[in-house]
Design a binder for this molecule. Structure first.
Ligand code: NAD
Ligand code: TYD
Length: 336
């Protein structure tokens, strides 16, 4: 099988490409990434010299480039490429619409033109919006109600992808996953940000009360779920993917502080994120029943391994935090 994978130098894309090539020794991957602030070729170092992997530096909105890559008739396009951070979407919504929605459109158009046998759109539970503490978990039929420009741009892409299936018979599948953690995650998302801060004895900024709940899944489990959908999922279908581990942000912070032997006094409550969703929770019975996929990595052990990974990759962290991320961090937290 030949795959065209976009967003391959980011957190989940890089784990996916590396893991997929190791799992399937007769598969090859062309991977496309614009190398924005979040894309890092270091993340792909294990596969950069693999003859079954070819990296292309480019933009999913670049029609001639996308046309050229898709004209080579890959068996599947998997679209991970996105602007992925909610806080940035509050400051720069246009970028999110452009990459997440128009970028997905550009890929879908090429898939339609060249009759690509499969298109997997990687999406998020955030398209469903927010739950109260007592609401039932999201199912694939939950009404979309996104709260941020990030989740709205992803929801638009999901709807467009499904419309391509209904209108043109483009064999699209959509996966919606909960919050990922693990190696290679850019240290702006809560878990790597807090690990980095604790390594440097810096405060942990908690938005609002810290009672917001996220469902956590290890990135390796997410990658395996995508393979299950790729190999055995049905076209035109949406699959929820979750870790079955709901945690309040304060619990996550406490957990990190405990494992890293730091002081609880580093917790610092700051003003809340505008439009902050209270709770995400996933009903994954569809993927469990239909594709027999279940998450394997327990949050507690996955978190310990993730902390170890960041401790063993301080140069990776330093290279990032000395670069463009530095300005962003100062802007976000410097004046609070
Ligand atoms: P990330 O920000 O770490 O990586 C995104 C990658 O996309 C980067 O390498 C970046 O360079 C690339 N990119 C951005 N714009 C591009 C463009 N126009 N053309 C080509 N490449 C471009 O994000 P991530 O956390 O790895 O997320 C990957 C996908 O998974 C996204 O679609 C995201 O919505 C989805 N998702 C993420 C999570 C999560 O917890 N991180 C959960 C569910 C779904
Ligand atoms: P984040 O990692 O940005 O993921 P998402 O917004 O996509 O769920 O945030 C996870 C949760 O952590 C969310 O409720 C916001 C909160 N949060 C903080 O309290 N402090 C922070 O510095 C960050 C980045 C997030």
């Amino acid at each position: 099988m030949e795959l065209l994978v976009t967003g391959s130098a980011g957190f989940i894309g890089s784990n996916y490409v590396t893991r997929h090539l190791a799992k399937f020794n007769n598969h090859s991957i062309v991977s496309l990434d614009q190398l924005t602030y979040a894309g890092n070729l270091e993340n792909l170092k294990v596969v950069m010299n693999n003859p079954r992997h070819h990296f292309v530096n480019g933009d999913i909105r670049d029609k001639p480039l996308v046309d050229n890559l898709v004209s080579k008739n890959p068996d599947v396009i998997i679209n991970f490429a996105a602007e992925s951070h909610v806080d940035r979407s509050i400051d720069y919504p246009e970028k999110f619409l452009s990459t997440n929605t128009i970028g997905a459109y550009t890929l879908l158009e090429a898939a339609r033109k060249y009759d690509i046998p499969q298109f997997v759109q990687i999406s998020t539970d955030e398209v469903y919006g927010s739950l109260s503490t007592t609401d039932p978990a999201f199912t694939e039929n939950t009404t979309l109600s996104p709260s941020s420009p990030y989740s709205a741009s992803k929801a638009a892409a999901d709807l467009l992808a499904i419309s391509y299936y209904k209108t043109y018979n483009t064999p699209v599948k959509v996966t919606r996953c909960s919050n990922n953690y693990g190696p290679n995650q850019f240290p702006e998302k809560i878990i790597p940000l807090f690990i980095n801060n604790l390594l440097n004895n810096k405060p942990l900024p908690i938005y609002g009360t810290g009672e917001n709940v996220r469902d956590w899944i290890h990135v390796y489990d997410h990658c395996d779920a995508i393979d299950a959908v790729l190999l055995n999922g049905r076209s035109g279908q949406i699959y929820n993917i979750g870790g079955g581990t709901e945690k309040q942000n304060l619990e996550v912070a406490d957990n990190l502080i405990k494992v890293m032997g730091s002081s609880p006094s580093l917790i610092k409550f700051i003003s809340d994120r505008p439009g902050h969703d209270l709770r995400y929770a996933m009903d994954c019975s569809k993927i469990y029943n239909e594709l027999k996929w279940t998450p394997k990595i327990k949050f507690e052990s996955g978190l310990i391994d993730t902390i170890e990974w960041y401790k063993n990759n301080v140069t990776w962290l330093k290279n990032i935090t000395n670069g463009s991320y530095r300005n962003y961090y100062d802007k976000m937290y410097g004046d609070r």
